[in-house]
Design a protein around this ligand. Structure first.
Ligand code: AMP
Ligand code: ZN
Length: 478
């Protein structure tokens, strides 16, 4: 499998540290609000990556943090704690807010068939770990205390900007929005590992530490939670592209300084979901949620298909028109599969199965080309192979695509059966069906007078017949 690695800016063959096993870390949500569908684009594409690795035979261990403390409204260690801001907005405690939005996040994930990672760790449950690593960084001379806070000293590194070509001037106050001068910092790029004295006196969650009562910075949590559960060498670290700098840059700085060796091999960054008016953001402006899409009648899985139809390394523009297209495509897929389920299955053709599976894997092996993988699914539906082979392939591919295709098709067939049963149980509906059949025969016999008579007789009973290309339908008055 070839994956684009943001660290080397090339597509590289994916080789894990330990044969057959993959350790994978994902930056989890900051739980001060609902996740928007942009956040969920990242989690959908990361879920496909995880599922494909498992599909390819790897034993995957995936860990995710929940940011319930320390993520400030500005990336430059200034501004308010996002959690505290959320709590004030809703007049709740920070922990109440965290619990509510963590649950809401996993509800959304469930609706989108996003698997819950093997380990989910809220930052507030790992404080001892953060303190231990910060102590280590101080001992090794990579961190310093100033004005009560503990900072990471970026000047101690050979290379700090690992992902992009940021220059120190880019961090000049006034150049980046929301950056305020922090005179405690030795270098502009330094960042806080632990806050004790800060302007946020109303910080609700604080812990004892060797440096006084305080709370952790945002970046340290991901390094520590990853190292705690996945050890000193990580195979893949995921997140949205906005996290590459400063969050992931700082994670690499502190983890490698602490460990004394390379930490993570592959950096998998999902590009943004935008609207026509710009990036969708949780902390500013209006944003779209899964519940909102549901309230407008969309099955959340149509949003998943919408995401799969584009490459994760391209930014994606959301519009209802585009979502409508995905909804139509999803409905058509399910209808075609439902029809297949009703056909006589025939034998499984092993050779055809292997050939189609190879095409599907080839798409995903090439830096997770999910849109080509979806095309491979359409190719299965079009192919001249037995329904048994098609259904087996669809089930197999859906282990990765996560579109619940077989289940949705079964539900569709079941609804049709129930509707048919309802008709046969109701004498009035049965009568209508019988008359429609009689009228069909009359038209076949060119006995249009009888056909009209039947139509009129039904109309007198409040039943209007509508002839459509799919046959005659009816509407009952009232
Ligand atoms: P947050 O809850 O804000 O910490 O973000 C959770 C995840 O969503 C992170 O991996 C972000 O990089 C990612 N993310 C944020 N905004 C977007 C967006 N508009 N499109 C895709 N991913 C995003
Ligand atoms: Zn993170």
């Amino acid at each position: 499998m070839y994956l684009y690695n943001s660290l080397t800016r090339t597509k590289e063959e994916f080789i894990p540290n330990e044969a057959g096993k993959v350790s994978m870390y994902t930056c989890g949500p900051t739980v001060y609000h609902y996740a928007h569908i942009g956040n969920l684009r990242s989690y959908i594409m990361e879920d496909v990556l995880e599922k494909y690795l498992r599909f390819a035979g790897y034993e995957v261990t995936r860990v995710m943090n929940i940011t319930d403390v320390g993520h400030l409204t500005s990336d430059a260690d200034t501004g308010e704690d996002k959690m505290l801001k959320g709590a004030k907005r809703e007049k709740k405690t920070v922990l109440e807010i965290a619990k509510f939005y963590t649950d809401a996040f996993f509800e959304d994930c469930k609706k989108l068939n996003i698997k819950t990672p093997d380990v989910v760790a809220p930052a507030t449950t790992c404080i001892d770990e953060f303190i231990r690593v910060i102590e280590g960084l101080l001992e090794k001379g990579y961190a310093y205390e100033a004005g009560g806070n503990i900072y990471f000293d970026t000047a101690k590194l050979k290379q700090y900007y690992v992902f992009n070509d940021f220059k120190e001037e880019d961090l000049e106050v006034g150049v980046r929005e929301g950056v305020e001068a922090d005179h405690n910092k030795r270098n502009k790029a330094d960042f806080v590992l632990w806050f004790t004295k800060s302007k946020f006196d109303d910080q609700e969650l604080k812990w004892e530490s060797p440096w006084g009562i305080g709370y952790p910075g945002w970046h340290i949590e991901c390094s520590c939670i990853s190292m705690k559960h996945l050890g000193e060498k990580l195979d893949i670290h995921c997140g949205g592209i906005d996290n590459a700098f400063p969050h992931h840059t700082n994670e690499i700085a502190q983890s490698e300084a602490y460990l004394g060796h390379k930490w993570c091999n592959f950096w998998f960054h999902v590009h943004h979901l935008n609207t026509n008016s710009g990036k969708m953001s949780k902390s500013s402006g209006e944003f779209l949620t899964v519940s909102l899409l549901e309230s407008k009648g969309y099955d959340p899985l149509t949003y998943r298909l919408f995401c799969l139809q584009s490459h994760y390394r391209k930014s994606l523009v959301f519009s209802y028109e585009n979502l409508d297209n995905a909804a139509t495509a999803y409905k058509k897929l399910v209808t075609r599969i439902a029809a297949l389920q009703k056909e006589s299955a025939g034998e499984l053709d092993e050779t055809a199965f292997a050939a189609h599976k190879a095409a599907f894997c080839q798409a995903l092996d090439n830096d997770m080309n999910t849109s080509l993988a979806v095309t491979a699914l359409y190719d299965v539906l079009k192919a001249k192979i037995t329904p048994a082979t098609k259904l087996a392939l669809i089930n197999d591919f859906d282990r990765v695509l996560g579109l619940s295709l077989t289940a949705a098709a079964e539900r569709l067939n079941q609804t049709e059966t129930e509707e048919a049963t309802a008709v046969s149980d109701d004498p009035f509906l049965r009568e209508i069906e019988e008359q429609i059949e009689r009228r069909k025969q009359a038209k076949k016999d060119k006995n249009y007078a009888l056909a009209d008579e039947i139509r009129n007789a039904l109309a007198a009973k409040g039943v209007t017949l509508i002839d459509t290309p799919q046959g005659t339908k009816y509407q009952i008055e009232g």
